[in-house]
Design a protein around this ligand. Structure first.
Ligand SMILES: [Zn+2]
Length: 132
């Protein structure tokens, strides 16, 4: 079985003044590194030498500069995405409950069919409160 490694995405470090700066934290990742500056979409920098050359490019430098210029907006964006995340968690929970209820109904109907009973007549089907 092959184990495929996925490249990491580069995250600039933050200096003592709270500004984004180019600094690799830790060791060079085994599978390489991708950069979100989009100078080369989906390109993976496989060596530290190539990476060092990349971070000197004008496109990358202006990306870091743009990050620093929009720091306040990042917080607002984070809050918005957190709200979306909470809403999606609620939707997933509701969907899980609905799936559990429908699974119980399927089991009940299957049992009734196995007993050669018409599921639409009578009410032998046990019910359960799945929310509690
Ligand atoms: Zn870059």
């Amino acid at each position: 079985m092959d184990i495929s490694l996925v490249p990491d995405y580069y995250e600039p470090a933050i200096d003592d003044n709270g500004n984004y700066v180019d600094r690799l934290l830790g060791q060079w990742p085994t599978a390489g590194l991708k950069c979100a500056c989009a100078s080369r979409v989906d390109f993976c920098y496989s060596t530290k030498t190539r990476w060092t050359s990349h971070i000197k490019s004008q496109r990358h430098k202006s990306w870091v500069s743009n990050l620093n210029d929009n720091k306040a907006n990042h917080y607002v964006e984070l809050r918005k995405k957190d709200e979306v995340l909470q809403m999606q968690k609620g939707m997933l929970t509701e969907r899980d409950i609905k799936i559990q209820q429908q699974s119980l109904i399927i089991v009940c109907l299957s049992n009734q069919l196995a007993l050669n009973k018409c599921p639409l007549v009578g009410s032998d089907c046990p019910t359960a409160d799945l929310l509690n």
